[in-house]
Design a protein around this ligand. Sequence first.
Ligand code: ATP
Length: 232
Amino acid sequence: MLEVEGLSVSYGAVQALTDVSLSAAAGSTTAVLGANGAGKSSLLRAISGIAPIGAGCIRLDGQDVTRLSPQARARHGLAHAMEGRRLFRQMNVEENLRLAWSFGARSTPWAAALEDVYARFPILAQKSRIASGLLSGGQQQMVILSCTTIRSPRVLLLDEPSLGLAPLIVRQIYAFIAGFARDSGATVVIAEQMASIALQVADRGCALRRGRVALTGTATELLRGGLAATYL
Ligand code: ATP
């Protein structure tokens, strides 16, 4: 369970978020929507502890983590796949996965965790010995999602998972996210500009406009309301 209450974030004179509140239940998926610069990344970064919080609070499973370091929040089961596909590019696929697994709860033995990744993304089994930096953008996104989920997070933050990817790959990536959300019971929050695709897997959505919550509702309500045309 993730709760954000009255959150404000600013970078010097730039006010990125003002009085943002959000509640996401365990086992639910929430889409954070909004145009370029609306504040989506700042919200995720504040939740994981890497953006400066001016006011408000963040609770994970009822515990106030607002003043905790990113590392301490990670120990509370929070994982954040940031925008921009950050991987150890010289390391091969399996080495990246192994490293991510070693930092997690390790509730699943390594061999079983690896088998699960390869079952979900068979192409990664074929590329297991290839340096990650040499993979296509879609394959790198698969490695990042696998590295983030192999740690068995209780709260998973995904920033623009579809960015720059072909439609077919976006569908695969979102099928993976939906599968993880269903099987893990984790709280999943996805920041995404492509409202229609995120709302297909989300239970609820929250649209930001100029750093404020412009609209919240169930995914069905937001899709029916023609959210993209009206609010973004
Ligand atoms: P995008 O999709 O482009 O990443 P976003 O919705 O994620 O957009 P943010 O990246 O959170 O939005 O940016 C919100 C506002 O904060 C924007 O005005 C942006 O220019 C500003 N901003 C973000 N990061 C910084 C920073 N490190 N320093 C100064 N201003 C920043």
